[in-house]
Design a protein. Structure first.
Ligand SMILES: [Zn+2]
Length: 260
């Protein structure tokens, strides 16, 4: 019996006219409801079947972030025209990650930074302020290199205002309408569409609140089936141009890409 990802490739072929960029993917990690780890070939296979042209990969599920970044770049080197590497930095030890993130961007050509907690016991503790001060160095780097910062939590409206030249992407934000609302005036804060709880009305609601230019398609595959956010966006009661922006044009702009 084929696994989940085989089913996606076989059972759903979306080939629309949209330029689609997935802002939020993982590789080399366990896949929910699949017996095998989700590798880069699986990712490319799913992208091909769903018409996803480009994808940003980060390995924030790895306990060792140095290894995570190396492995992300190994995937990018295999598919340099399809994938972009996103360097990961820990909210708990950003000082020690700064030099590594700098190298990821300056030497390895990574195109963004993800700030997150590791998937271990650390993530049960809130970061202390002396540690989070190191995040400011990460934001300075992002400003210098004009690359987006993807935040799995740990962003506040005041930080977003202080670094208004940095383009932030909040993951899973469409699940929590109330906290998203606190970023309404922060034009540099964007929301990705990865969500485990995703009413169809979310997209139209967010477009009305924030404008389509602040929403980016991000699936979080293989943890979330990318057909869910894709289907929700494609069927949303919004204009064709807004769909184009959410599906790819906004992320292309944040990555400094030419669409097409
Ligand atoms: Zn994720």
């Amino acid at each position: 019996m084929p696994g989940t990802w085989e089913n996606i490739k076989q059972g759903f072929h979306f080939r629309g006219d949209y330029f689609i960029v997935d802002a939020h993917c993982h590789v080399d990690c366990p896949a929910v409801a699949s017996p095998k780890p989700f590798g880069v070939q699986d990712l490319i296979g799913v992208m091909d079947s769903l018409g996803i042209e480009r994808a940003c990969v980060n390995l924030s599920h790895f306990p060792d972030y140095a290894q995570a970044n190396e492995r992300a770049m190994a995937s990018v080197r295999q598919y340099p025209k399809r994938l972009f590497g996103i360097a990961v930095a820990s909210v708990y030890a950003p000082h020690s990650d700064v030099d590594r993130v700098r190298r990821c961007i300056e030497e390895l050509g990574m195109r963004g930074i993800k700030v997150t907690a590791r998937w271990d016991s650390e993530s049960l503790m809130p970061p202390v302020s002396s540690q989070t001060a190191g995040l400011e160095e990460i934001y300075q780097l992002a400003m210098r290199w004009n690359c987006p910062v993807i935040c799995h939590g740990y962003l506040t409206p005041s930080i977003a205002r202080r670094y208004r030249d940095v383009q932030f992407i909040l993951t899973h934000a469409l699940e929590d309408w109330a906290s998203a609302e606190s970023y309404r005036k922060c034009e540099n804060v964007h929301f990705d569409t990865s969500a485990s709880f995703f009413p169809r009305a979310s997209i139209a609601h967010f477009v009305k609140l924030f404008g389509a230019q602040r929403i980016v398609f991000g699936s979080d595959m293989p943890l979330i089936d990318p057909r869910v956010p894709l289907g929700v966006i494609l069927s949303a009661g919004i204009s064709e141009h807004d769909k184009e922006r959410i599906l790819g044009l906004n992320m292309a702009r944040l990555l400094g890409l030419e669409a097409g």
